[in-house]
Design a protein around this ligand. Structure first.
Ligand SMILES: [Zn+2]
Length: 248
């Protein structure tokens, strides 16, 4: 079975009628732009409020030029701020987990449920924990772990008073999340046409200077990928597994 036969049933997204508060929960600086940069730009452009909650500061994203993890953390936080700002996002929080070592366990799920309850998003966006391989790559274990923690935190825990009731005694409210969207999925059920946001996505990605190598080659590579995926250099889509939790 090839990738195309799994994406055939993805439907087009019909924009929401009300303003949404969207929380993007991912592992590393640069994940939001790589996984769904066009979609984030489209959402902020339509007036939705997008914020990022990132588990790590990406200190193991080292390369020949960037060897010191502690220095790299500072660099990557600055790069993430610049990249997010291109897409219209200013609210970025870090949990400062050690890059590469995120575990799926009850303690981390409890913590994430608390973070979601604090923020009260309408939508949570993460990545699909089922994606072990993506194209010719192994999907990073942190991506899978954060995806799984997000799915488990969103349902059934964050919205149920029976889960982690001590957080409610401490003053938090149960969450009322309407939808969960998972990027980096091999089983999408929805596609967004983000062709108009292509340039913004590339501009944002190029702010991650420590991660992209030569910027000209980087842009060429993405133009090739776009041509391969779309058959042209005009269109661009981002695909998701969309889960509806409640109708607002
Ligand atoms: Zn990543």
């Amino acid at each position: 079975m090839n990738m195309e036969s799994k994406t055939y049933n993805a439907v087009k997204f019909d924009e929401w009628k009300t303003r949404k508060k969207i929380l993007v929960i991912l592992a590393h600086p640069d994940d939001p732009e790589f996984f769904l940069g066009g979609t984030i730009a489209q959402w902020t452009g339509a007036g939705h409020e997008v914020s990022y909650l990132l588990f790590t500061k990406g200190e193991r994203g080292i390369s020949e030029k960037y060897q010191n993890g502690e220095e790299l953390k500072l660099i990557r936080v600055a790069e993430q701020k610049n990249a997010a700002s291109v897409l219209g996002v200013t609210d970025i929080s870090y949990l400062d987990f050690p890059d590469g070592y995120i575990e799926v366990n009850l303690e981390n799920r409890r913590m994430l449920v608390g973070e979601i309850r604090k923020r009260q998003p309408d939508l949570v966006v993460s990545c699909d924990p089922q994606t072990l391989f993506h194209h010719y790559y192994v999907n990073h274990p942190d991506h899978r772990a954060v995806g799984m923690l997000s799915v488990d935190a969103v349902f059934p825990a964050a919205g149920s008073p029976a889960f982690f009731p001590e957080q409610l005694e401490e003053g938090l409210r149960v969450a009322a999340i309407q939808e969960l969207w998972l990027s980096l999925t091999v089983e999408p059920n929805i596609s967004l046409d983000v062709s108009p946001q292509w340039d913004l996505r590339i501009k944002a990605l190029k702010k991650h200077v420590s991660q992209i190598g030569d910027p000209i080659q980087f842009e060429q590579k993405w133009n090739e990928r776009r041509r391969e995926a779309m058959g042209s250099e005009d269109g661009y889509q981002e695909h998701f597994r969309r889960v509806i939790l409640r109708i607002p």
